[in-house]
Design a binder for this molecule. Structure first.
Ligand SMILES: Nc1nc2c(ncn2[C@@H]2O[C@H](COP(=O)(O)OP(=O)(O)OP(=O)(O)O)[C@@H](O)[C@H]2O)c(=O)[nH]1
Ligand SMILES: [Mg+2]
Length: 512
């Protein structure tokens, strides 16, 4: 069973905000003593935080769905709902966060670095908070917003200064074991190492980390062997070390061609350039060549033979033995110098706590576009505010719907609808295509709060609740009577003109 995982897809959702409460304070002799509905609590967010104790993403491989707690709803007597707790997920240092399209969202390096991936929803305001001079006792409250949902890809790119690359069984694990306290598995069969190992090396004043990654073979870039999967762990390193096997028993291999093969595979690996600390492409990263296994006599001979050819290519060459430890001291010191130089050139950002939040979107704007569906035109409204307001509206409460209409009118959505040619009765959709709220547009010409004299929870613009007064009724009656009298008089004149006859009065009609 896997015990190391360096790539997971995480599905996170923030907690929903609690609903606001609509309540009226009551006390003896004061049955309507003002609104006292509390606000709903905010939903918790899902946050990634670097924890030095964590080395793998295994946990999220097993349970990739994570939800933060929701806020509770507000209550009467000004009691606010409680906020949902944030869900903090510990990730290893060096975790790269990408969105589903593969764009790097953040690179979490350093203990305590944080990223909010799924913010919780805001709690809805209670009617106490919604009351104003003009709207003294609102009969509605706002709903809590649902938390955001995010699918992110987490990729671990180990933070190491030096990376060891080479064929399987070249002695990479033996080398890291010889120069550091790391104790990886070592054996004489290929692909002993299945997951990257890290070791810390102390060379004089300099202390640096070395990563040993699984072996590469020709065609690794097409997925042969363990593929190039693990090269993401060498992406951040300052120095590459080629470990070449001088005592291999395979007939068609020698250090020079081995080096060419590995270089070609490295070139085939396209990393994510642009993340912090990765400025130079892998192929241009400083590198040294280590000729290993010189404790074997043929190995030493071969190493001495190929050394001039390698040096002619302009690389530094070390002859070492991971078994007898020959040449290792010089190697660790030179690597230390390389690391020092690289650190000076690009000082590691030692910010212990970087809090990254998704970029704030411009929430003032909104767009209104005329679209067509099935031959029928409709108007699509998009924008952070209108969409949020729609989510906060309880559509079963007419007063809340009226409040939404007022907010939209104040923002200028109405005016914009007029401008793009909407007329009363047209379909208006607010929100993204798959999740829009659809209205038949009824333009508001007055701001509305002056209409709020009606019964609680109603809005006069949505329902005609007015009843005719006695004067209205009398007027209607006389109008009806006058119309009748007029019609009768007209009939009379027609009869006199002989247009028609009444057999009861005029006797049977005589055919001319
Ligand atoms: N004689 C000799 N044998 C060595 C030396 N270094 C490694 N070996 C042997 O080579 C074999 C492979 O060593 P590993 O360290 O597992 O090789 P690796 O490069 O990590 O191999 P993978 O993890 O499979 O990629 C083991 O049997 C080691 O004992 C050396 O300097 N001299
Ligand atoms: Mg190994």
């Amino acid at each position: 069973m896997a015990s190391f995982v360096d790539r997971v897809v995480l599905h996170a959702s923030g907690g929903s905000g609690g609903n606001g409460c609509a309540s009226i304070h009551r006390e003896k002799f004061k049955p309507l003593a003002g609104p006292d509905g509390g606000n709903g609590g905010n939903g918790g967010s899902v946050i990634l935080r670097v924890d030095a104790q964590v080395t793998t993403l295994l946990e999220y491989h097993h349970s990739p769905h994570r939800h933060a707690a929701s806020g509770t709803q507000g209550m009467g007597d000004h009691r606010q709902g409680s906020n949902g707790e944030d869900l903090v997920l510990a990730v290893p240092s060096g975790t790269v966060v990408k969105d589903r399209e593969g764009t790097v969202v953040a690179d979490l390096v350093g203990d305590g670095a944080e990223l909010v991936i799924a913010p919780g929803g805001h709690g809805g305001l209670g009617n106490a908070a919604l009351s104003s001079k003009r709207r003294k006792a609102p009969g509605f409250a706002l709903l809590g917003e649902p938390g955001e949902e995010a699918d992110v890809v987490l990729e671990l790119k180990t933070i190491a200064d030096v990376a060891l690359v080479g064929y399987p069984s070249a002695g990479k694990s033996s080398l890291i074991a010889a120069i550091s306290a790391a104790r990886p598995k070592i054996a004489d069969y290929p692909f002993t190492t299945l997951v990257p190992n890290l070791g810390v090396v102390q060379a004089g004043e300099t202390r640096y980390t070395v990563a040993d990654v699984p072996g590469l073979i020709p065609g690794a870039s097409e997925g042969k062997g363990l593929g190039l999967e693990f090269l993401r762990h060498v992406e951040r390193c300052a120095v590459l070390v080629h470990v070449l096997d001088c005592a291999t028993l395979e007939p068609d291999r020698d250090p020079l061609s081995d080096l060419d093969v590995i270089e070609a595979e490295l070139a085939a690996y396209a990393g994510d350039l642009g993340i912090t600390g990765v400025r130079i492409p892998l192929t241009e990263r400083p590198r040294v060549v280590v000729l290993n296994k010189i404790d074997v006599p043929e190995g030493r001979e071969l190493a001495e033979m190929v050394r001039p050819d390698l040096e002619a290519r302009g690389v530094k060459v070390f002859e070492v033995s991971a078994v007898s430890h020959e040449g290792l001291r010089a190697l660790t010191y030179v690597l230390g110098e390389y690391v020092d130089r690289a650190r000076k050139a690009a000082p590691a950002p030692e910010a212990a706590r970087v809090v990254l939040r998704p970029k704030a979107v411009d929430d003032k704007g909104f767009t209104v576009t005329r679209k067509e569906a099935g031959g029928r035109p409709f108007f699509e409204v998009r924008g952070v505010k209108p969409e949020r307001w729609v989510r906060q509206t309880d559509f079963s409460n007419d007063e809340a719907v009226g409040y939404l209409a007022d907010r939209l009118a104040t923002l200028g959505v109405e005016e914009k609808l007029f401008k793009v040619g909407a007329v009363a009765g047209d379909e208006v959709r607010i929100g993204p295509e798959h999740n829009a709220v659809i209205f038949d547009w009824e333009p508001t010409l007055i701001t509305g709060s002056e209409l709020l004299g009606g019964p609680r929870g109603t809005d006069l613009r949505l329902e005609d609740t007015s009843r005719p007064t006695r004067g209205d009724k009398r007027r209607q009656y006389t109008e009806r009577m006058d119309a009748k009298a007029e019609a009768r008089a007209e009939l009379w004149t027609e009869r006199e003109a002989g247009v028609w006859t009444d057999p009861d009065v005029d006797g049977p009609a005589t055919n001319p």
